[in-house]
Design a protein around this ligand. Structure first.
Ligand SMILES: *[C@@H]1O[C@H](CO)[C@@H](O)[C@H](O)[C@H]1NC(C)=O
Ligand SMILES: *[C@@H]1O[C@H](CO)[C@@H](O)[C@H](O)[C@H]1NC(C)=O
Ligand SMILES: *[C@@H]1O[C@H](CO)[C@@H](O)[C@H](O)[C@H]1NC(C)=O
Ligand SMILES: *[C@@H]1O[C@H](CO)[C@@H](O)[C@H](O)[C@H]1NC(C)=O
Ligand SMILES: *[C@@H]1O[C@H](CO)[C@@H](O)[C@H](O)[C@H]1NC(C)=O
Ligand SMILES: *[C@@H]1O[C@H](CO)[C@@H](O)[C@H](O)[C@H]1NC(C)=O
Ligand SMILES: *[C@@H]1O[C@H](CO)[C@@H](O)[C@H](O)[C@H]1NC(C)=O
Ligand SMILES: *[C@@H]1O[C@H](CO)[C@@H](O)[C@H](O)[C@H]1NC(C)=O
Ligand SMILES: *[C@@H]1O[C@H](CO)[C@@H](O)[C@H](O)[C@H]1NC(C)=O
Ligand SMILES: *[C@@H]1O[C@H](CO)[C@@H](O)[C@H](O)[C@H]1NC(C)=O
Length: 878
């Protein structure tokens, strides 16, 4: 942008100097009057697209070309927005339609390519609807500047680009800080080679987010004029070739988010003009090179998440031009005196989070805080900080402050209220041992522009401090806050996430809370001592995705106004004192995935509702420990499984994603993960994140009667089924064998009879199985999976016999063990190193593990967890 802006302002000043009466007189000026053929080419180009405000990506974008007009005072195309003409010949030599709100396909026959005098063409940040880059671009042989970045061009970059031999700037990148799901453009390395051969004047080459998918080719080093090279997220692998050091003019080098490995070559220290170095998101070996300290012009260093070890070299602190330094998420260690940053006077953004560093700050009254730089962004999460850093007192420009996951004790000091009062947007001091605020000024937090405040998992006591109404995200969960919630909270008209869970709040919930539902995405009051009728009167259309009122003493009925929350995905009212019938009226909510109503006084039979759309997306339901009766409601609540398996991606978690706009083109995405406690495999387990595809049914401890319908076998995506402690009769349906993903099955404490179907041995992922305390008979099937369960899974069935029960079967009843059952379930000798993170991610060398239920942040019985897991592994070895 810098270059471009300079160029535009140059143009403006030229016009001003030479044609002082330009606005009135240019239609008489022959020199500036544009050529008719070029004018018509421009107009045809314009008309082949939709160009209007609705296609703008940002509010600041402008549909420049929409004002082009063949009639009237502005009929001279040289005066059109975005068009530049040569002063002498009148030919169109520049076209800048970047951020131009253009939508539509572009073809080789486009009249754009009639503008053969073009020297500068900028079509960046539009939407060309996945068109290939037209090959006729080679007609624009005068081009020196070509910018097609972030414009939804698609496919192979054509060979013809390498005929544009006058190019000094070529930008085909996707805008660097915006995440694209896939790379749209691909560049064969043979074409890269011809680019290098032909574009000998190239100074700026940006191919970030273009699939190059190779090693960094040595011939790149022949681009001797290059000052700016961008190959971020280009699918590069191998190590950085030391030949890159020949690009001695380089000021910007971006190789981030590739799969580069090996050491960062020391020859790069020859790049003495480097200003901006971004190597983050690779897998380097070794430590931060100390020669970086010799590159004294450096302003920007991104090295986060790059597997670097060692300590931060002292030489780095000599870089007194440095403005941005991100080293988060490596394995850096050692003790770091924060005063070391005093020399970096211009440092404004610093990230050291998630290393093994220990940060030490100067003595409380001796540190001369004014000598540290004025930070705008400070990320000091997981830095072993034990005290509120005193230097913050002197920080007046902070926008983001992250001190989470440290061991800061005591109160937040009172001077904090004067820190960066006008600038602070984002404060995260979660996961510390903070007990409160020294002298809170009023009940209201003071930072004028604060949008995000995260104080969760501390030891905060006292009342909730209500922030100013600009706030969008408040998480004070897992503290010891108490008292009633002030109705002032309803003034937070921009609030998107409100999490007050795991505190000691009491009283009733303010009636006005329902009025926040149009801005709220998530409302979490879990695990407090609220009581009374739930006052949620939602009147307007609502954004609400997640609501959790569980573990309180709420009474009465579920608020019927939830039925208008059409976005709702997650609903938890469990562990209260609600007395109501089953909410079939929620069945119309198209996105509802999770219902938790366990441990309440719900009652009655669950009847088929009259309307047709019944819980189309529901896949986690726990209504256990209520007084439901009648037949199992399978057919009409779990229709999802009858129709489809989930089309969700493997690795995503259920969350509310909110974007926080912090500037006109600057926004941050926060994912607020849904968390809950689920009884799976007879153990109560805390899930800090819930996988999208997790499917769980718990109807236990009710008064359901009748038989288990064969329909159950249709629920093929199911991971856990618990029907225990009801009054179910009849046989275990054979169809259960179709539940191929099942990891936990509990049918205990019913009145089931008949034999255990031999086919259950086909449930390969089963890790928990319980049919105890029924009226089952016959031999226990001896397949390899069922063999792993002990006596407690089978006891209390007078008619059952065979291993692991002490009662032997008579000869007539004996069953042949299946052939693979002689392999011992021996986990102790497993040669596979347990790396649970890898396993949780879903696969090890091609084997899929039944892991949906293992995917937990923490379990109450860690040992159990590991054991269950090893069983999974040893099974895979077979
Ligand atoms: C290309 O245009 C985009 C959008 O205007 C701009 O951000 C980027 O800096 C330009 N690239 C070059 C190399 O000028
Ligand atoms: C520009 O041209 C229009 C008609 O095309 C005319 O009305 C107007 O007076 C001209 N402007 C000047 C400054 O001559
Ligand atoms: C240009 O090419 C496209 C696709 O090949 C075609 O649909 C369109 O009609 C052509 N336009 C003109 C003006 O020839
Ligand atoms: C290099 O440029 C010349 C002149 O524009 C052109 O004739 C030639 O085909 C180009 N070479 C490649 C490999 O594209
Ligand atoms: C790079 O620096 C090394 C010394 O570190 C020197 O031997 C080499 O010649 C330099 N290479 C270039 C291309 O300047
Ligand atoms: C880098 O700086 C150190 C001193 O800080 C010096 O010894 C070394 O020679 C320098 N290297 C280069 C290549 O200039
Ligand atoms: C630091 O100064 C404060 C007053 O500003 C004083 O109360 C405190 O005792 C001093 N602490 C030390 C360690 O000198
Ligand atoms: C802090 O240091 C700066 C320069 O190093 C000096 O000007 C200033 O007076 C000092 N402030 C205090 C409070 O000591
Ligand atoms: C899920 O993972 C499997 C194996 O890793 C893969 O084959 C499949 O394509 C993935 N599905 C989705 C939707 O990502
Ligand atoms: C147990 O099942 C048998 C048939 O297998 C039946 O005769 C008996 O009544 C059942 N007992 C109970 C308590 O349901």
């Amino acid at each position: 942008m810098g270059l471009l802006l300079m160029w535009l302002s140059l143009l403006v000043s030229l016009l001003m100097n030479f044609f002082p009466f330009h606005a009135n007189s240019f239609n008489t000026s022959l020199q500036l009057s544009c050529h008719e053929d070029e004018k018509s080419a421009l107009l045809q180009f314009k008309h082949s697209f939709v160009i209007d405000k609705s296609n703008c990506r940002y509010e600041t974008d402008s549909p420049k070309a929409s004002s082009w007009d063949s009639e009237g005072v502005s009929s001279d195309c040289c005066s059109w927005d975005g068009v530049e003409c040569d002063e002498e010949t009148g030919h169109v030599i520049g076209l800048d339609l970047s951020d131009g709100c253009i939508y539509g396909s572009i073809y080789s026959n486009s009249t754009l390519f009639h503008l053969v005098h073009l020297r500068k063409l900028n079509l960046a940040a539009n939407n060309f609807n996945r068109s290939p880059i037209p090959t006729t671009i080679s007609r624009l042989s005068e081009l020196t500047y070509l910018n097609l970045s972030s414009s939804f061009f698609f496919g192979q970059v054509p060979d013809e680009i390498s005929q544009l031999s006058r190019l000094t700037t070529l930008d085909l990148s996707w805008k660097y800080d915006e995440l694209a799901e896939e790379n749209l453009l691909k560049l064969k390395s043979t074409i890269l080679r011809s680019l290098v051969q032909n574009l000998t004047h190239l100074e700026i080459l940006r191919l970030d987010y273009v699939d190059v998918l190779s090693k960094i080719p040595d011939f790149l080093a022949n681009f001797s004029s290059l000052t700016d090279l961008g190959l971020g997220n280009a699918g590069l692998h191998g190590s950085i070739p030391s030949s890159l050091s020949k690009l001695t003019e380089l000021t910007r080098l971006r190789l981030a988010y590739n799969r580069l490995s090996g050491y960062i070559p020391s020859s790069l220290q020859n790049l003495t003009h480097l200003i901006d170095l971004r190597l983050q998101g690779n897998q380097f070996s070794g430590s931060i090179p100390s020669w970086l300290g010799n590159l004294t012009e450096l302003k920007v260093i991104y090295l986060l998440g790059s597997e670097l070890h060692g300590s931060i070299p002292d030489s780095l602190f000599k870089l007194n031009n440095l403005e941005i330094l991100y080293l988060d998420g490596n394995h850096l260690g050692g003790t770091l005196e924060f005063d070391m940053f005093s020399k970096m006077r211009r440092l404004a953004q610093l990230g050291l989070a998630d290393n093994k560093l220990s940060l030490v700050f100067g003595e409380r009254n001796t540190t001369n805080g004014t000598t540290l730089p004025q930070f705008k962004i400070l990320g000091l999460s997981s830095c072993n900080i034990s005290e509120f850093p005193h230097f913050l007192r002197h920080q007046n420009e902070l926008r983001f402050l992250d001190l989470s996951k440290n061991s800061i004790h005591g109160q937040v000091p009172k001077w904090i209220w004067n820190t960066s009062v006008q600038t602070l947007l984002w404060v995260n001091i979660s996961n510390n041992f903070i007990t409160g605020f020294q002298n809170p000024p009023t009940a209201i937090l003071h930072w004028a522009r604060l949008q995000v405040v995260d104080l969760h998992s501390n030891m905060l006591q006292g009342q909730l401090l209500i922030p100013l109404s600009s706030i969008e995200y408040v998480d004070v969960s897992n503290n010891m806050l108490s008292g009633e919630i002030s109705p002032l909270i309803c003034n937070l008209s921009s609030i998107e996430i409100l999490d007050l869970s795991q505190n000691n709040f009491s009283g009733t919930v303010p009636h006005c809370l329902g009025s926040l539902s149009s801005s709220l995405f998530a409302l979490n009051l879990r695990n407090n001592s609220f009581h009374g009728i739930i006052p949620l009167a939602i009147e307007k259309a609502s954004n609400l995705l997640m609501i959790d009122f569980s573990h309180n003493q709420f009474q009465g009925k579920l608020p019927r106004s939830l039925a208008i929350c059409t976005m709702l995905e997650y609903l938890d009212f469990s562990n209260n004192q609600l007395i109501d019938v089953f909410p079939t009226w929620l069945g119309t909510l198209p996105r509802l995935k999770v219902i938790f109503l366990q441990k309440n006084g719900f009652y009655g039979a669950i009847q088929r509702a009259k309307n047709t759309s019944e819980f189309p997306n529901l896949h986690i339901i726990d209504i256990s420990n209520n007084s439901f009766s009648g037949a199992l409601p399978c057919e009409y609540i779990f229709i999802w499984n009858g129709r489809k398996t989930f089309e969700m991606s493997n690795s995503t978690y259920m969350n509310a994603g909110v974007s926080i706009q912090v500037g006109p083109k600057d926004k941050y995405l926060i994912y607020y993960n849904y968390a809950t406690t689920l009884v799976t495999k007879s153990v109560e387990t805390y899930y800090g994140k819930i996988r999208e595809e997790l499917a769980v049914i718990n109807l236990s401890s009710n008064k359901f009667s009748g038989e288990i319908p064969e329909f159950v076998g249709n629920l093929i995506a199911l991971h856990s089924l618990n029907l225990s402690n009801n009054m179910l009769t009849g046989r275990i349906p054979l169809s259960v064998k179709g539940l191929s993903k099942l990891e936990s099955l509990d049918l205990s404490r019913n009145m089931l009879s008949g034999e255990i179907p031999q086919q259950l041995t086909q449930l390969n992922f089963l890790q928990s199985f319980n049919v105890s305390h029924n009226n089952l008979t016959g031999p226990i099937p001896q397949g390899d999976q069922l063999r792993t369960f002990d006596q407690s899974s089978f006891e209390g069935n007078l008619g059952l016999c065979g291993d692991p029960l002490p009662k032997k079967c008579g000869d007539s009843e004996a069953l042949q063990p299946t052939p693979s059952a002689d392999k011992e379930d021996d986990d102790s000798g497993s040669p596979i190193q347990l790396d649970w993170k890898v396993v949780l991610a879903g696969s090890i060398s091609g084997f899929i593990v039944g892991v949906a239920l293992e995917d937990v942040m923490m379990t109450k019985r860690h040992g159990w967890f590991i054991r269950a897991f090893r069983r999974g592994l040893s099974r895979m070895e077979i």
